[in-house]
Design a protein around this ligand. Sequence first.
Ligand code: ZN
Ligand code: ZN
Length: 378
Amino acid sequence: MAENLQEQLFEWFQWFHRRPEPSGAEHGTTARIKELLRETGIRVIDTGLETGLVARIDGSAEGPVVALRCDIDALPIQEDSGLPYASENAGYMHACGHDFHLTAMLGAALLLNKRRGEIKGTVKLVFQCAEENGGGAKQVLETGVLEDVREIYGLHVESSRAPGVISISAGPVNAAVGGFRALIKGKGGHASAPHECIDPVSAAGQLIVAAQTIVSRSTDPFDKVVLSITHVEAGNTWNVIPQEALLEGTIRTLGTEQFKTVAEQLGRICRGVDEIAGTVTEYNWLCGGPSVDNNAVLADFAAKTAESLGLTVMPAVPGMGGEDFALYQERIPGLFFTVGVGSPQAVHHPGFRADPAPLHTAAEFLAELGIRSLVRPV
Ligand SMILES: [Zn+2]
Ligand SMILES: [Zn+2]
């Protein structure tokens, strides 16, 4: 069974890997997933989603509803992996392993369908669009299709771990991601008469340097925080002090609470620089996505389930990237785990290469989580 399943999954994986589609435009991918589910007799729920879909597998008995989630979009990257089944869509690549995720979910769908007799309730399978630009999870949630879901499980590939290794940790495993904008308003004038001006450029300089003390001086050394100023703009010639200077940047923290602390501290620094320089700074920040924060009970349950299947379980590799699975977790207790795919390059790199060998492992683990979570004592 495992060998046949692996062969089937590898064939599907290659099909999807050759045809990456960007966030929100996963039309071919969606159509193919629907076709494969239909061939198996699995029902796709009418959600009105343009891309992506939600399927459901009802078991033999009434019971709760749980969800398994994968994502299906690719990235605007020119592939340089050397794979014989590399992207045929120039400029796009499955560089985040979402082709692996969706193929593993299709495998789980096959397995669950065969084991309907063991399903005590309903398993919903979420094939989510547009993870990379952050809009997909919101779209799925807005359809209301997950309103009856008791718990949700999601997977991601992990390039740095050996193929098939499952990584699970309770608590935050991905960053809360957002940005800030500081528009420093001064008073422009002749560069020969700085005393008659309020120079926003020197204020911006002070702000850039002082902002770096947030991570080094104001943050608990055990917290994970990134603060980068990535956009600086002021003036357009050599002999004029400009009116304004603009700074933009990103804040990333492991844990959503920490994000607010860092963003507010940067606001205090803006006010401090204004006090010294005489500038007036318009400061705004926005946390675009919360931190993936794993439910401790589900983490323990999932780790034990993986171990019972003979899988190697390790603690999660925390990352400072964002992941919109966090939006589901704001409403539904959830667990996000990774499957090692031993890639020579990390995700989002043109040379990323997921080892397809653990596709069936991921499928079996997902199916098992679906079946066992329905009878998990709560
Ligand atoms: Zn990604
Ligand atoms: Zn991803």
